[in-house]
Design a protein around this ligand. Sequence first.
Ligand SMILES: [Fe+2]
Ligand SMILES: [Fe+2]
Length: 470
Amino acid sequence: MSSIDYAEKIPNNVNIGGDRTLQRALEHWQPHFLQWWHEMGPSDFESADVYLRTAISVDAQGWAHYGAVHMPDYRWGIFLADPVADRKIGFGDRMGEPAWQQVPGEYRSTLRRLIVTQGDTEPASVEQQRLLGHSCPSLYDLRNLFQINVEEGRHLWAMVYLLHAYFGRDGREEAEELLARHSGDRDKPRILTTFNEPISDWLSLYCFTYFTDRDGKYQLKSFAESAFDPLSRTCRFMLTEEAHHMFVGETGIGRVVKRTLEVMKELGTDDPARIRAHGAVDLPTLQRYLNFWCSSSLDLFGSEISSNSAANFASGLKGRPDEAQYEDHVLREKTMKLLMPEGEQDVPMLNALNEVMRESYLKDCEIGLKRWNRQIERAGFDLRLTLPSSRFRRSIGAWVGLPVDPQGKLVSKELFAKSLGSWIPSEADRAFVHSLMKRVAEPGKMAAWIAPPERGINNLPVEYEYVKLH
Ligand SMILES: [Fe+2]
Ligand SMILES: [Fe+2]
């Protein structure tokens, strides 16, 4: 079951050859996808040989093959984790009933909406990142960018498969729309705001992969619990790929911190102007980037109080990440204390699940911060990087538009307006970061604003020529 058939036009482990109608529909969508990749994927690197991993099985061990590939020839395919025999619904009002192999009629439009919203983020991120190749800090980083891009393309395939296989004509139309909306487009933008933010420098890329791909991890984990078994199996395999994306973010920021600390030590100062003059990113600027991308990603979890998330949980469509770690899987009796602008409020737990997810997400985000702060502490500097409060700069939920500082305190509107420029990147910050973005494409060489990685990809040396440009 877990081996993947690469002789097929569309590699897959779900026997799409056994369903002629489905196969034809997907083969019809395939050239549209390739056209989209050509127009909206990484600009100008179609002839480069890129050292990429490609899924060859869905086993935890040895699931990927590594080798040089022209990106347009990447074998995007449909891979689901192996089924769990007799899988039962693990939460909600229908807990204990058999998982669904088909979509129940009453949940059809809700499930389709959930799948489309997840699916929309995958090509969106490829579009957001399409120009970054021109300013890569090294070939190692360039390869990682492209690895992420081809895998987000594959995640689109994963969602399109579900739409085609389980949602009939509506699903096929949605699959076309996934290629028609574009990140940042005036008329047809992507569904979620964060995926319309431009990512035009590598510091933003590392923040995006640290914070926004991690939101992806939490969404996928909650879908991995779904009663709709094909969705669960799809998301379980996507999580395997997702880990690398967050690795790029965490190590990317860690390498920026490392390089900055070297410069601070060398100059014997923490003065941002002097650090910048030396071509490194001062830590206050990094803090502002963290504030921006973290707060933007926090919105992706939705409102603090949500009847949709309650309904999705009760009906078994979407669980909590790692549902097994909790004791109560029905949540009809529990309440949760939420801090609202009017004060603390007791809310039925079912209605507060977005907040439950947001809190566990923030805890996961702390791991990298601890690591970076240890680096700073060891270098002998007092400054510490922090995560902004989940009430800061919200554009959804109870705290929308309220003047809250990054520590979560309500402040006056005047103070907020005056200080926002020092809490998130200013135009001048962005211009400075942009000025650092010069392509470094000699094997083993790094841009001056970032330290080399500790090791290369797949046991190869850092100096390996990960991308052969022609
Ligand atoms: Fe993804
Ligand atoms: Fe990702």
